[in-house]
Design a protein around this ligand. Structure first.
Ligand code: TRP
Length: 382
């Protein structure tokens, strides 16, 4: 019998009920403390992005060191990415939301990696055409968050390989097969694409230092599931003469059906709100979403509900509560039994629909400059 308390978090699998404090210990990352958040708040002009203030980002590697250097006048760049296997859902925006905010507040460059190669290797049912198609579609959604065209560059793996490969060659030579096997648990039947892939996910961390011939520190906002790749990156960085990337890790956002993450492997389409879902589908998904509510209205009025297990509360927390006061109001109403699930879902839906409308407009604008952001040439031959 599998232990129900057991959970799995790797770049290729997330399942079970995740104990985030334990996961941080297992991965050996550091806690994102109030003191560090304060430093970031000061740098950012006095407030924090809700994803930071509400604890969705909860772990890091070397953020303190990065801030030390930044405070001494040494700029860094942001890096995050997306493996395009289908449409984006709202939780996929979590790393990019933080990046967009940091870019605006700190004026730093952003590099986005779209890994159509990775997803083609990882998903047996996905064609090359589909992976590349979704890569572009996903890129529009990401850029629509408000990235600055003058400071944002994209590595679209299948199209940017000439820009990445000179560095990938050097990175790959530093990574023994035994390391990727141990870190990712690859089975012998695994195709060799993914064995090499971690080199490609590493390259953007070093790319600006390579291009500019000086140390340019890197900060990676990402889901904690991506940390294994960057443990490898950090181990080999110094041997190649590059700074180790710093990371800030978010928790996984629970799915609408109450699963550990809003992933939609297979046919469980209703587990997530996709950015291309029409309003009626969104309505249905939210109305059917798993909540922390009680079996009857009477019970809920009497006992209150449980926000911590509720997928709708997770949506309020990660994106749709426009202020901390609103989040507190929803949370208190839920716990006390004053706010019933139907009413809560209705309030949330208003915000979801408004977000989708704004996003659609911003996405059309992003299409105008997405192509020009894709890097296709290496800065130098070696
Ligand atoms: N492997 C990531 C995914 O499956 C994509 C990715 C590439 C990425 N580079 C990254 C994620 C850097 C976070 C940070 O979606």
């Amino acid at each position: 019998m599998p232990d129900p308390e057991e959970f799995v978090v790797t770049p290729y699998e997330v399942k079970g009920r995740i104990d985030y404090a334990r996961l941080r210990e297992l991965f050996g990352t550091q806690e994102l403390t109030p003191a560090l958040l304060d430093r970031l708040r000061q740098r950012a002009g006095g407030d924090l992005h809700p994803l930071l203030a509400r604890g969705i980002y909860y772990s890091h590697r070397d953020l303190g060191l990065l801030l030390d250097r930044f405070e001494r006048g040494s700029p860094f760049f942001l890096y995050s990415g997306r493996g395009p296997s289908g449409p984006l859902h709202v939780s996929h925006l979590v790393p990019f939301e933080l990046c967009r905010w940091m870019q605006q507040r700190l004026g730093v460059p952003m590099y986005i990696q779209i890994t159509d190669d990775e997803k083609f290797w990882a998903r047996a049912g996905l064609s090359r055409e589909e992976a590349t198609h979704w890569g572009l579609e996903n890129l529009y959604d990401i850029l629509a968050l408000g990235f600055d065209p003058a400071r944002t560059r994209v590595f679209f793996d299948s199209r940017s390989i000439a820009a990445l490969y000179p560095l990938a060659i050097r990175v790959a030579r530093k990574i023994p097969y035994s390391t990727v096997k141990a870190v990712f648990g690859f089975e012998p039947s695994m195709n060799i694409g993914l064995v090499f892939y971690t080199a490609l996910q590493t390259v953007p961390c070093f790319w600006p230092s390579w291009a500019e011939d000086r140390e340019v520190p890197c900060l990676i906002p990402c889901g904690i599931d991506q940390d294994p790749h960057f443990r490898i990156t950090r181990d080999i960085a110094e041997g190649l003469g590059f700074p180790k990337p710093a990371l800030v890790h978010s928790q996984m956002i629970p799915g609408l059906l109450g699963e550990a993450a809003m992933s939609t492997t297979g046919s469980v389409n209703d587990n997530a709100l996709f950015l291309n879902d029409p309003p009626k589908v969104i309505e249905r998904k939210v109305r059917n979403a798993f909540t922390g509510g009680r079996a009857t209205v009477e019970e809920q009025r009497r006992l209150g509900a449980v926000p911590e297990v509720c997928s709708v509360w997770a949506l309020w927390r990660t994106r749709f509560a426009e202020s901390d006061a609103k989040l507190r109001e929803v949370t208190a109403g839920c716990r006390s039994g004053a706010l019933l699930c139907g009413e809560c879902k209705g309030q949330l839906l208003e915000r979801v629909h408004a977000f989708y409308q704004d996003h659609a407009l911003a996405r059309e604008k992003a299409k105008g400059w997405a192509e020009s952001a894709i890097v296709t040439e290496a800065p130098k031959p070696l």
